[in-house]
Design a protein around this ligand. Structure first.
Ligand code: HEM
Length: 218
């Protein structure tokens, strides 16, 4: 709800009224339409991967087709999901509205996509090749670092660790972001997901963060 001045009212001091803009309305389970759209979009890739694994198990598609489909659904979508998660805090500063639940969901989806990428890679060429090139080392680092964050994503973990230690551990997100950028830049890629991650770093520059927060405070 945003308090706005109703300028249609006569008199020098119009009464403030309340107006709910469509994108701020909570339409389901406390989520706004935009948050729901992000959640639905992020769910597509895991569904495609699960479907392709199921189809391969049923013999509808070959293992090669499953690997190709799962990698296609995990690589660029995985990067975009991570980018969206990395941008959740800047969006929070800008809108003044908590994005914690969306960020948590995106983090979980990202880890599952990363795990799927690694599993498909291992199925295709074997675990021994995981560290056989610098870009693969970077991808593996991103996966390994995201495992403890995934394991401690619950409220119970926050209580168990204490918020200070939990926040410190979750700073590993920056290392994951850097490792992911290295993974793809070494492949000569720089697309949408990479731009989102780079934007996440820019937004964290103190002056930029202050500017975003000040806009959010308006
Ligand atoms: C941690 C999450 C990961 C994400 C988000 C990710 C994302 C990506 C992206 C966006 C690409 C470029 C895809 C394209 O050109 O269309 C890529 C390529 C690749 N990734 Fe990853 N990756 C991850 C982890 C891994 C891991 C753990 C491995 C294996 C150790 C791996 C192996 C590869 C390989 C071999 C390619 C090149 C594929 C090709 O030549 O088409 N990735 N990855």
């Amino acid at each position: 709800m945003t308090a706005v001045l109703d300028r249609s009212q006569p008199g020098p001091n119009p009464e403030p009224t309340t107006r709910t803009t469509w994108h701020r309305r909570r339409v389901w389970n406390g989520f706004t339409p935009l948050q729901l759209a992000v959640i639905v979009l992020a769910t597509i890739a895991p569904l495609v991967i699960t479907g392709s694994i199921g189809a391969a198990l049923l013999g509808v598609i070959s293992t090669e087709q499953m690997i190709e489909t799962a990698l296609g659904a995990g690589e660029n979508p995985g990067l975009v999901v991570f980018g969206a998660m990395f941008l959740a805090s800047p969006v929070q500063w800008l809108t003044g509205r908590t994005q914690v639940r969306v960020r948590k969901y995106l983090g979980i989806v990202f880890f599952l996509l990363a795990l799927s990428n690694a599993a498909m890679f291992v199925l295709e060429v074997g675990a021994g090749a995981m560290l056989s090139a610098p870009f693969l080392v970077a991808g593996t680092i991103a996966l390994v670092l995201s495992a403890p964050l995934f394991a401690t994503s619950s409220r119970r973990s926050q209580r168990w660790m204490g918020m200070k230690r939990w926040r410190l551990l979750h700073k590993a997100t920056y290392l994951i972001a850097a490792a992911l950028l290295a993974h793809v830049v070494m492949l000569g890629e720089f697309g949408f997901g990479e731009t989102m991650i780079a934007a996440g770093f820019v937004a964290r520059i103190p002056a930029v963060r202050r500017w975003l927060t000040a806009r959010g405070d308006r």
